[in-house]
Design a protein around this ligand. Sequence first.
Ligand code: CA2
Length: 144
Amino acid sequence: MIPILLLNGPNLNLLGQRQPEIYGADTLADVEDRARALGAELGLEVECRQSNHEGQLVDWIQEARGTAHAIVLNPGAYSHTSIAILDALNAFDGTVIEVHVSNIHRREAFRHRSYVSLRADGVIAGCGVQGYALALRRVAEVLA
Ligand code: CA2
């Protein structure tokens, strides 16, 4: 099994609890359970983490340098603001896939730019929570 990290940023712990018209009805626990199950089918051991704190996300990305072969991450609103997360990802040698549940390009202009996209090997947006599964399939393909 190849170890990979699935990271979710601020407010994604609220998935399934508010704004279902934008983010759907699945909870973060649903998403993480499915990711671990799909990962097992694909030969990936998926470690799931979520934080509302930028520094915590940076710490986990740094830790992943020694352990994970890929990072799938939805940095939430930090996508649009965080040079610190971009810098941490630039120090990570593995595959990086960025996921957004909503289509950030169809939303407010401030969501159109993602610093994380400057490092991401792939970006998935607007596919709902299915985006996480698509990202895992891509990781499995790239690492094969
Ligand atoms: O579409 C995405 O996945 C986002 O990364 C979600 C972020 C947003 O700031 C990005 O622009 C796009 C927000 C996450 C908030 O998640 C919630 C989920 C349910 C209820 C309330 C917030």
